[in-house]
Design a protein around this ligand. Structure first.
Ligand code: C2E
Ligand code: MG
Ligand code: MG
Length: 733
């Protein structure tokens, strides 16, 4: 509050100077007019300002006004006499100098007058020199006294001002004696550390310094520095008084920056100066230290997950490599990429995505050992440095632990999310000698995991480079594939084992790559989703598969359904429902002949926009199937709430059912559940008659798989539909 301070200071100083202001006159008090006159003339001639009165009462009235410096006072007057006037002055402690000018010649009279406070006693008839001398001396004395008083006042004010400034200072101001004990400390100590000033006075400074910094403090305070080095700056942590004190001082350690100056007795010679103590200023630098820490933290960490960033990882990797080379140790670098993260981010929004990343980071942290570094390099990519692995086996164990730890669903903002990760591992020294090559090779190994169906780990292998560079060019090629008409739809029949008829065809995309030949969707659908190209590709499939169905219907095959896979990203399109309805209308297809297949994990939450769209589609009569059922982590709840018509049991269960009791049980459970919920059920990936028989025995009559027909080009599909012979052939025992 600088304004208040100024006002305060100005007022105080003004009042101080007012009280000592000298605007003084000489008052002549004499009942003889002649005397009065001659005195007045004399004084005026000598430059004095003069007033005259002829009796004691008038004199007192005049003196009361307090601007009379010197009174030239006659003693013998009628009524109130000179002595009465003197008594009045002394009683009222009026600062007026009395010079008695009297006809009384007795010694007693003079003694009496001096006793009453007279400055001088001059007998009438007076010598002019004597009188002027006396008046001049009295004036000088008064001037000196006044100056003196003024100085005192100013000193007092200045002291008050300094005390005020010191106590209001945002810093701690202190003085230590030569033992290091406080002889002065300002009030700031009370608000900053919680001590009362009087508690601190006499205390040794070490009682306030935090243990961490004790050595530093002792060294600096004990150093006897002189000259230019007398002043030092050090940063120290101080202890607050009570840790249980509310608010300000909870467990707080106060970092301060101390400017301390040694004080020496200036009377001693330079070489033999005696140390008197230290004075200094201690500034609270908590905010600065915190800000510095934040800046330092930000420079080396990813702010979302608070994990080390690339810079810190490189730094640690560098150290670890040096160490490993020197000690001929191994080390591993893992590159982790979350599977399907982009989809979650795109469909549920960045806030959910961010929260998921934080939760993932937390779980990953629990898989680490001391000394391991987990860093986030951006997006959904994490890198893990394992500086102390004895063999690849160690790294493998950690990779497995990570995969397992991410298996449990994440509860994020009311969503139950499932995520897995693909981990590529490179090993020093065989997979690279430098930071860059180790990270790059771990990255390449990670891509290889992605290419092989994700959710797993792989060690780097030189053979992976080929596949990796192919992956890089794939994205560019994919962007051109639609324009260049490289996509084609294959159809795979879905049959009813009891009637032995095809009742639907699933549309499965194929990419005829000019150089690489036929590419299956497993190799490019995720890329298409990541790049959002899936929207255009998906629309193209809807258009073409429906046009094909119309063609079949025109040939009289009007009881066939087409099943089309739709990814979550497609559902994001605001006009998706209208788009689908328009296609159906254009091709004159009743809605029930279109089935949309979505995977379990597309449906994160039943309030999602995507789910609302599915409900709308269902309300129009379009069928909804859950694809790859059993591989995700769908909760039974949503099965009830969503407009689902069909569950497609994932082919992995069918594949292993003959030698896995667990898979058999799952299949039976899914079938039972579907019946309970009144849903259609279809088994995917049926390859053998044994599987088909078993499924049939379990009362699953709808099947799809190589046993009944591989995905085939449209003309073959039409052939099959026309006569259904191929199916019947397979089924003949
Ligand atoms: P999906 O929808 O579960 O399709 C079934 C996949 O299993 C097809 O693989 C099919 O060729 C394969 N399959 C069918 N019967 C058997 C069998 O008896 N044994 C074995 N081993 N495999 C069988 P495909 O065509 O490679 O498609 C893979 C996945 O790619 C599909 O799985 C689907 O999720 C996705 N996909 C395919 N086409 C599209 C599309 O047009 N849009 C979208 N969004 N995804 C598509
Ligand atoms: Mg499907
Ligand atoms: Mg499937």
């Amino acid at each position: 509050m600088p304004e208040k301070t100024n006002k305060y200071i100005n007022n105080e100083l003004l009042s101080a100077s007012n009280s000592t202001c000298l605007a003084e006159k000489i008052l002549i008090v004499d009942d003889e007019k002649l005397h009065q006159y001659s005195l007045m003339e004399l004084m005026k001639q000598n430059g004095y300002d003069v007033d005259c009165v002829s009796n004691g009462d008038a004199a007192i009235d005049r003196i009361k006004l307090k601007n009379i410096g010197i009174v030239l006072l006659d003693l013998n007057m009628d009524g109130t006499n000179g002595e009465d006037v003197m008594r009045f002055i002394s009683k009222n402690e009026i600062n007026t100098t009395i010079i008695v000018v009297s006809g009384e010649t007795s010694f007693e009279a003079a003694e009496n007058a001096l006793k009453h406070g007279a400055y001088d006693y001059i007998r009438k008839p007076y010598s002019i020199d004597n009188l002027l001398n006396s008046v001049n001396n009295a004036t000088k004395k008064r001037q000196l006294e006044s100056d003196n008083q003024k100085m005192h006042l100013q000193l007092r004010e200045s002291e008050k001002l300094h005390r005020y400034i010191v106590n209001k200072s945002p810093d701690i101001v202190y003085i230590l004696d030569n033992d290091g004990r406080f002889t002065f400390i300002n009030k700031r100590i009370e608000t900053l550390l919680g001590y009362k000033v009087k508690e601190v006075i006499g205390k040794h400074y070490t009682e306030l310094v935090h243990d961490d910094d004790m050595e530093k403090a002792r060294f600096k305070f004990n150093e006897r520095r002189t000259g230019k080095r007398a002043s030092i700056n050090i940063e120290l942590k101080l202890k607050c008084k009570n840790n249980d004190q509310p608010r300000n001082f909870d467990n707080r350690i106060l970092p301060i920056e101390i400017n301390s100056v040694g004080v020496y007795n200036t009377h001693d010679t330079d070489s033999n100066k005696k140390f008197i103590g230290t004075y200094g200023i201690a500034r609270d630098i908590t905010d600065r230290i915190e800000a510095e820490e934040i800046i330092r933290f930000q420079a080396y960490h990813d702010m979302l997950t608070r994990l080390p960033n690339r810079t810190l990882l490189n730094d640690r990797l560098n150290q670890a490599l040096t160490h490993a080379r020197r000690n001929k140790n191994n080390l591993s670098v893992m590159f982790l990429d979350l599977d399907r993260f982009k989809m979650i981010n795109d469909t549920l929004g960045h806030i959910v995505g961010d929260h998921l990343l934080q939760a993932v980071a937390m779980r990953l942290r629990h898989c680490l050992r001391e000394g391991d570094t987990l860093a986030r390099l951006g997006g959904d990519e994490f890198t893990l440095l394992l500086p102390e692995v004895n063999s690849k086996k160690d790294a493998e164990l950690i990779a497995k632990k990570i995969i397992k730890s991410l298996k449990m669903p994440f509860k994020i903002d009311n969503h139950e999310l499932f995520i897995s990760t693909s981990i590529g591992i490179s090993h020093f020294p065989e997979d690279g000698e430098s930071i860059d090559s180790l990270i790059k090779h771990a990255d390449i190994a990670m891509y290889s995991v992605k290419g092989n169906g994700k959710n797993g780990y792989q060690f780097y292998d030189n053979n992976m480079i080929n596949a990796y560079s192919k992956h890089l060019s794939l994205e560019n090629d994919l962007r051109r594939a639609l324009d260049n008409e490289q996509f084609e739809i294959y159809y795979q029949p879905q049959i009813n084992i009891e009637t032995r008829e095809v009742f639907a065809m699933e549309a499965l995309i194929r990419w005829n790559h000019p150089e690489r030949g036929m590419i299956t969707p497993g190799e490019f659908i995720e890329l298409a989703e990541e790049t959002h190209l899936i929207k255009q590709i998906g629309n193209w499939i809807l258009q073409n598969a429906c046009a094909e169905l119309k063609h079949w219907r025109n040939m009289g095959l009007d009881n066939i359904r087409v099943a089309i896979n739709v990814s979550a990203i497609q559902l994001e399109q605001s006009d998706f429902v209208d788009y689908v309805l328009n296609i159906l209308a254009k091709n004159e297809i009743p809605a029930k002949y279109l089935e949309i297949e979505i995977t379990e994990n597309t449906l994160m939450h039943d309030t999602d926009d995507g789910v609302l769209k599915l409900r709308e589609l269902s309300a129009h009569g379009i069928k909804i199937a859950i694809d790859d059922f059993g591989t995700g982590y769908s909760s039974l709840n949503y099965l009830k709430r969503l407009p689902i018509d069909t569950l497609k049991i994932d082919q992995s269960f069918i594949r292993d059912m003959s030698n896995s009791d667990e898979d058999s049980s799952i299949i039976k459970a899914i079938i039972a559940m579907a019946k309970g919920l009144n849903l259609n059920i279809i088994s995917e990936g049926v390859e053998t008659v044994a599987q088909s028989d078993q499924l049939r025995a379990w009362r699953c009559k709808n099947m799809q798989g190589f046993l009944f027909g591989r995905p085939m080009p449209c003309f073959e599909a039409l052939d099959m539909l026309k006569n259904n012979t191929q199916i019947k052939m397979h089924l003949v025992k």
